[in-house]
Design a protein around this ligand. Structure first.
Ligand SMILES: [Zn+2]
Length: 156
């Protein structure tokens, strides 16, 4: 099901995931399958609740961060995170998402972001540190628990 993307070395960046066909905005690019539930957060973990992290099967855990991503997250019926195109993607374009769409805090990455986008925030941050305007922009493409956490914290 994830056969329309491939893993390649990116000079200076390590591994990245690339499109093998064009995707239209709204199309599912990668289907999320949870491989196992983790004891704690790590650099390839997906956060799925306030205190729950999982490992996704296949190439999903290798998708790089961008501050101007071409994919977002939608939870599927298995509880996994599907990657859905938020803009049209061309073949050979790198698949990216914003780690803040999935992780409330980001603890396991170098402080400096290397995404190279003009919109780069300078460092990879979690949802917690995302500007309000960016949160609005990403609406519908982030892990739902993030919105629940925001609502819970706003009440306090
Ligand atoms: Zn960046």
């Amino acid at each position: 099901m994830n056969s329309f993307v491939e893993s390649k070395e990116v000079p200076g960046k390590g591994e990245g995931i690339f499109a093998l066909k064009p995707f239209k905005a709204g199309e599912t690019v990668m289907v999320g399958m949870i491989e196992k539930v983790l004891e704690q957060n790590d650099s390839h973990a997906s956060q799925v609740a306030e205190n729950k992290w999982v490992r996704h099967a296949g190439l999903i855990s290798k998708v790089n961060h961008s501050c101007e991503p071409n994919c977002g997250i939608k939870v599927n019926e298995t509880g996994g995170h599907d990657f859905v195109a938020i803009k049209d993607i061309s073949p050979q374009e790198e698949i990216t998402f914003d780690y803040a769409m999935r992780n409330y805090t980001v603890n396991y990455f170098p402080p400096e972001c290397m995404c190279g986008s003009p919109k780069c925030r300078g460092r990879i941050t979690g949802w917690k540190d995302l500007p309000e305007a960016t949160k609005k922009e990403y609406r519908g493409f982030v892990a739902p628990y993030l919105l629940e956490l925001d609502a819970k914290l706003a009440v306090k």
